[in-house]
Design a binder for this molecule. Structure first.
Ligand SMILES: [Zn+2]
Length: 376
């Protein structure tokens, strides 16, 4: 299959972005081949990391969601609908089977098409300006110790000035100076999105000759009836290439003051979801596939501490032996008491050492005394 480009429909709401990927085959059709909802910044990091699974959804979900959009299938189903009379539509088993056959026939075709679309999208990603965005993000958002003293806006400004000609050319070449299709209140929606009023009641109001504000007031009275609804305000753009998606994402990240990090374990870009000082991502660790980078990293850091810190090693040895005594002798309250007391006092010591009110050496000396059972 040949393509002449892509379109990306991108809608932002409070915590999420709805992204629809549409391939443009040379015949002039549009094929929607992926619809995903991701967190802010996730589309950008997935492109930087070449992790396409984030943007290209699971085959089965994709099929259920977007098969409706296939014009060809729609036309065929419409013909089928006309063929049957209104009264018995979708009712008999025979009809249902017939419908399923049509859908499955198109499923196969659809799978083949979407596979081509996904491959085309990946090839575009590989030839897009990912490296350019990486150099910008590395300088402005990540940086090393020398850069950390400067705020992100200053760094962004400096980068764009130092790279002036390239920066302008890059943005010009990617169509940033042409207007993008903007879309807002049209997709303002509510949850639950079902109606309280009957279809007939709503139609009666809609088709009446009342002025618009009276129609709206009547609909409001009908639908509201004391029920709580949550509204989602969204806005978005129709984009024409992957670089526009990366630039839009970066704009949103900047506007929302979100950090961009590079994982200390897998070295991939990520947006911390909970703690902005996170150093590990939630992805699978490249060193141990049964653990996330976060789990793996925490363990490594702890083992490193054990190796380098005498107090941590002593603390852990005593902890283990007291815990074991308490566990093996559940009838002897003293062991449990001693274990609890140790945990409490050691905690106080750690805080004091951290605050600088007591020294690491004093802590080690205390731990040694505990180990030799002089105290506790
Ligand atoms: Zn990671």
């Amino acid at each position: 299959m040949n393509f002449k480009g892509i379109k990306i429909d991108c809608h932002y709401s409070d915590g999420e972005i709805y992204i629809e990927l549409i391939a443009l085959p040379s015949e002039g059709d549009e094929i929607s081949f992926s619809v995903v909802i991701v967190k802010h910044g996730e589309a950008l990091t997935s492109l930087l990391n070449n992790d396409f699974e984030v943007l290209i959804e699971d085959e089965t979900i994709k099929l259920n969601k977007t098969i409706k959009r296939l014009d060809k299938l729609k036309r065929r189903l419409l013909r089928f609908k006309n063929f049957l009379s209104e009264d018995n539509l979708w009712r008999t088993e025979e009809e249902i089977r017939f419908r399923e056959e049509i859908v499955s026939e198109y499923n196969t075709e659809y799978f083949l098409m979407t596979r081509d679309c996904a491959e085309y999208f990946k090839s575009l990603c590989r030839s897009s300006g990912t490296e350019y965005f990486k150099s910008l993000i590395d300088f402005a958002f990540i940086g090393d110790e020398t850069l950390s003293q400067y705020p992100i806006p200053d760094r962004l400004f400096a980068f764009s000035r130092a790279e002036h000609d390239n920066f302008d050319k890059f943005f010009y070449d990617n169509g940033f100076y042409s207007r993008l299709d903007f879309d807002t209140f049209r997709s303002f929606y509510s949850s639950p999105d079902d109606f309280l009023a009957t279809f007939k009641d709503r139609m009666d109001i809609n088709e009446s000759d009342l002025p618009v504000h009276e129609k709206a007031l009547k609909l409001l009275e009908l639908e509201h009836q004391g029920r709580q609804r949550t509204y989602f305000f969204t806005y978005g753009y129709k984009l024409n290439n992957i670089n526009q998606l990366m630039a839009l994402e970066l704009t949103e990240i900047y506007k929302r003051n979100l950090p961009i990090k590079k994982c200390a374990c897998c070295n991939k870009y990520f947006i911390p979801q909970k703690r902005s000082d996170a150093i590990y991502c939630d992805g699978i660790s490249p060193f141990d596939t049964s653990k996330s980078c976060k789990e793996y990293g925490a363990r490594q850091a702890w083992q490193q501490t054990l190796k380098t810190s005498e107090s941590a090693k002593l603390y852990r040895d005593i902890y283990m032996s007291k815990q074991m005594l308490a566990k093996r002798n559940p009838d002897m309250a003293d062991y449990k008491k001693s274990f609890e007391k140790y945990k409490q006092e050691a905690k106080r010591w750690k805080v004091d050492v951290k605050l600088g009110t007591k020294t690491e050496l004093a802590f080690i000396a205390w731990l040694k005394e505990v180990k030799e059972k002089k105290v506790l």
